[in-house]
Every structure is written in C-alpha cells, then in structure tokens.
Design a protein around this ligand. Structure first.
Ligand code: AAO
Length: 517
C-alpha cells in the first residue's frame, strides 16, 4: 500500500514537471498546418516549395508513415493505414528515402512535418496470417505475432479487457475504452516497458529524421499515464533545424463531445488535444440548424464550453468525420458543401481560438443508402495496381486527378495568410445584426464581415483599421497595385461600408493591412 502511494506521488510529481509540449513549433509568423491526407511524400515535398512555403503555411500533417496491412476487400481502403504491421517507414505514400528527402526539403525552408502516429494498436484481430503489407513484413493475428517490431501475444491487452467480445462495447466505461479493442484492432499493452520502448524508438527515429511533432491517433484509447510515460521519453527535435531543447509538438486525438466516461481534460496536461466540439458546433451554426445563429458566435471558444484556448487544436472537418467516421454527425461541413465550408474555414481562421488545421481531401464517389455512404472506405486516387496517383497542378492552380486541395482554394489560402497577419491581435469591434450577419476585427490588423442571412447586407462599420484602400481577399486578392475582387475603403475614422449580397459567390469579406493598395 505504502509503495503504491509512493508511486502515485512520484507519477503526480513527474506529471507536474513533465515535458508537456503544447507549442506547435511552427516558424514565427506562421499559424496553421494542413492535413495532406493520403498524399505521396514526393508530392508533399513539391507542394512545400511551390505553394505552402510561399503562402505562409506552418506545416503539414501527413498520413501514417509506417508499414500497414494491405486490405484487398474492399480494395485498398484509406483506412488500411490505421492498421500497423511494423514501424518500418514504407507505405503507399513512399519509402524511407522519399520520407527523409521530404522532411529535409521542408525543414530547409522552415515548414514542418507532423506525423500521424498510430501507436494504440496494430492491425485488426481478424486479418489472419501473411505478408500482405506495405513493406512485406509478416504477421499472424491469431498468435499476435508481428516479427518486424517484434511484438507477440504478451504485448497485447487481451487479458486486461473484460468484455465478452474483446472489443469496446460501451463508451461509458473508461476501462473498456482503454483496455479493449477499438473496432477489433489489436490493442497494445501500453503499461508494458517493452511496448513503451518500442513505441518510443519508433517516434524518436522520426524525430531524429527531422519531424516537428505528432498527432497521436486514438489517444482516448490509451491511459493518460501510459501516454505520458511515452511522451516523456521522446528526444528533443533535431538541432540541425530546431533550437536546442525544442520538444516535439504533441496533439492527441480525443473525441469528446460530452456525455462519455473519457474526457479530453484528462489529456490536456500531456499535450494539446483535438477539440471535436469546434467543427460540430460551427457546422450547426453555419448550417443554421437547431435555431443556431452566427450572432451567438460572439463568445465562441471557451465561452462555448471548449477546452482552454492554449490546449486546443481546431478544424472544421477531419479525414474521419468528412465521410461519416469518428464523431460529429450530419452537421460537419466539408468541401462537398463548398460555399458554407469556405465561410466556416474563414471564420475559424479569423477567430483567435485554438491552433488551426486545414483539411485537404480527395474526392470519392459518394453513394448514400439510408443516410449511410456505402463508399466511405474508398481510398485515394490510385492506379489499378493500387499505387497512389501523383497530384497534378492545373493552370488555374487547382489540383487534378480527384485531389480536392481545399488549401489551394483562394479564399482558404488567403485566410491562412490573414491569420498570420493578425497573429497575436485580440478580437475587437464585434458587430452583429442579431441573426447571421456578423463582423469583427483583430486589433488594427484585420477585419472580417459575414452575411449568412437570406437577405442582402449594406452596413457601415467601425473596423479599427488605418485609413486607406484594401483588397477583399475573399472575392479576389491584391495583385500588383490593384484588387482582383471587391475593394473596401476605410475612412480616416476607421469606418468602412460593406455590401454583401446573399447571392454573392462567397457571402463574406475580409481585409487586412498586408492587402492594402
Ligand atoms: C476498419 C473497419 C472496421 C474493422 C477494422 C479492423 O472499418 O469495420 O473492424 O478496420 O479490421 C479508421 C477507420 C475505421 C477502420 C480503422 C482501421 O475510421 O473504420 O476500421 O481505421 O482500419 C472512435 C475513436 C477514434 C477513431 C474513430 C474512427 O475514438 O480514435 O473511432 N479515430 C482514429 C482515426 C481513424 C482510425 C482510427 C482511429 C483507428 O482518426 O481514421 O479508424 O486507428 C463515439 C466515440 C468516439 C468514436 C466514435 C466512432 O463517437 O465517442 O470516440 O471514435 O464513437 O466509433 C455521436 C457522439 C460521439 C460518438 C458518435 C459516433 O456524435 O456524440 O461521441 O456519435 O457514435
């Protein structure tokens, strides 16, 4: 008993002084990252120099880089990458050399890589025996053998889980959530020193190669103490590119919409956490469901019951909930609802709450039967042999071959820049019409106006900006000495007139001091 108490005190003290990493490590003046879902390393490397770097993006979240099982039925779903076979760095996105090249190229220009780390589990329990994996490593799920790590039966939670099926049956039971299988994925025994060390070696290898941080997949399904034990052993970032003593950025995927046994706050001392309420609520507001209005966004953020600002990673949609996986439900906005989506992303990037992540998707043939998309599994644009297609760039800067590239949409790209320009400025000069016309400023650096009502808007507002002519960065942008879209004049007293028709292609206007003419 005495010893247990002592251990508890030691853990608590260590947690208090833990090397928690909340700083996204993005270069000064950059404030967002983009998830290039399922992109090949070669394309990501190109996208850095040709687009993301010059347009002020801070970094990229990449799909899991380690070996996964190859699923043939259905044919190569995107989600096979969430079924690890080993920690070797070869996947449909590329091999280890391509991975290293990508990281080096990015780091050299100061835009960083964040790895989606799948460490809670290995592949599905029913996968069987074979070598159908992205580097050809063998596995046998009945004996729990993964020789390329190696892991064997003692490294899994089978004996700890108390449900009949061996899987999570009830999200109101925290023990099930952590000790049982998530959708029948073989659950690693994270309280074992050996498993912890294997995971730490995997992550430290990536850190040494040069990555800047990790999205921790399924963090909710690991005990916070086990996760802390792993993150505490991570190396500091590679000093070839990062200042001495820089810790990796940690952001944990914890779905907490309230009302379940496991809550996000259990993880906020380890690193940042994905705030799933953000996209679910913002979608509800912008879609005007359940009587919600944009005027209510006045106290958006912690005022809406979200986690503390400096702990949150926020996004409008993610790779799961854009296709009905994970959580959030029908309110989630995606590229499929482009007009509303751009408004939601615009609002997110203008608002100071949280660290922002942009989604960049691929199209799939949606096929709804009884409100369920039968094609929610479809993998990235690929050839018959299963290899992923390159991302071709069209003349108008959009992407081809089924890659959506939301991050290249003018409105979104320009709002990423807006966020950089207004970084550190507080939200001021809020205005609303009591319904869905709202406006606010960020210090004296930027101002944004939305019209999500079914009527035209013609208002004169105090912007707080220095007097002058500004280009609206939504309907166009500044090019040379002129604007390609609307132009807004701010008077000597900081006042400007905004006209937004409800029929405008994008019913919002944004101006900032770097788009002045
Ligand atoms: C695939 C097959 C499975 C098969 C399995 C193994 O689809 O049928 O059993 O292989 O062979 C992804 C895919 C899965 C796929 C898996 C492995 O999404 O379909 O399974 O790869 O290939 C939970 C977790 C969360 C997880 C999410 C999808 O908590 O961590 O499910 N996300 C991550 C990744 C994701 C990945 C994995 C984890 C696994 O982002 O891509 O899976 O590595 C509740 C809980 C949530 C729970 C959801 C969904 O949510 O709160 O924690 O997420 O249920 O089960 C309301 C509630 C909300 C509730 C929601 C849905 O909105 O408010 O709380 O309803 O009920």
């Amino acid at each position: 008993m005495m010893r247990m108490m002592l251990e508890f005190v030691v853990v608590a003290v260590l947690a208090g002084f833990s090397s928690a990493q909340f700083n996204p490590n993005v270069k000064c003046g950059r404030t967002s990252i983009v998830h290039l879902f399922e992109w090949r390393w070669e394309d990501i490397a190109e996208e850095c120099d040709r687009y993301l770097g010059p347009n002020g993006f801070g970094g990229v979240q990449i799909s899991p880089p380690n070996e996964n099982v190859i699923i043939k039925n259905p044919n190569r779903p995107w989600w096979e990458r969430y079924q690890p076979i080993s920690y070797k760095l070869c996947t449909r996105s590329g091999d280890e050399q391509q991975f290293r090249d990508m990281v080096t190229r990015w780091n050299n220009v100061g835009v960083y890589i964040y790895v989606d780390a799948v460490i809670n589990h290995m592949c599905g329990a029913g996968i069987g025996k074979g070598k159908s994996s992205t580097c050809g490593s063998s596995y046998d799920t009945s004996t729990r053998e993964f020789p390329a790590v190696p892991y064997s039966s003692a490294d899994f939670n089978d004996n700890k889980c108390k449900t009949k099926s061996g899987g999570i049956e009830n999200y109101n039971d925290a023990n099930q959530g952590r000790d049982c299988q998530l959708v029948s994925l073989l659950d690693l025994r994270m309280d074992s020193e050996y498993v912890r060390t294997s995971i730490v070696e995997f992550l430290n290898n990536l850190i040494d190669i040069g990555v800047a941080g990790f999205r921790i997949d399924a963090a909710k399904h690991m005990w916070p103490g086990d996760l802390l034990a792993v993150t505490r052993k991570l190396n500091n970032l590679n000093t070839r590119w990062f200042p001495n003593g820089t810790q990796p950025f940690i952001y944990q995927e914890v779905i907490d919409l309230g009302g379940e046994a496991i809550s996000a706050s259990e993880y906020t001392s380890i690193g940042r956490v994905t705030e799933f309420k953000y996209g679910a609520k913002l979608g509800t507001v912008i879609r005007r469901l359940n009587g919600e209005k944009m005027a209510y966004l006045k106290n958006w953020g912690e005022g809406w019951g979200f986690m503390p600002n400096d702990r949150a990673v926020v996004f409008v949609d993610n790779h799961d909930n854009q296709r009905g996986h994970g959580a959030g439900g029908a309110s989630i906005l995606t590229f499929w609802d482009a007009r509303l989506y751009k408004m939601a992303v615009g609002f997110m990037l203008a608002h100071p709450y949280g660290f922002t992540r942009i989604m960049s998707s691929f199209r799939w043939p949606r096929n709804f039967v009884n409100n369920q998309d039968g094609n929610d599994w479809v993998g990235p644009p690929s050839y018959k042999n299963g290899s992923t297609m390159a991302v071709p760039i069209n003349e108008d800067t959009t992407c081809g071959s089924g890659w959506v590239c939301e991050h290249r949409w003018r409105q979104i790209k320009n709002m990423v820049i807006f966020r950089n320009v207004v970084d550190g400025q507080s939200l001021i000069n809020w205005w609303d019409n009591g319904h869905n016309q709202v406006a606010f400023g960020r210090g004296r650096a930027g101002f944004i106006v939305f019209n999500n009502d079914n009527m035209d808007m013609d208002v004169t507002l105090y912007t707080g900006l220095p007097s002058g002519k500004y280009c609206d960065i939504i309907s166009g942008q500044k090019e040379g000495d002129g604007c390609t879209g609307k132009q807004i004049s701010v008077s000597d007293t900081g006042i400007a007139n905004f006209i937004i028709k409800s029929s405008d292609e994008d019913p919002f206007v944004a101006i900032h001091v770097n788009a002045q003419i």
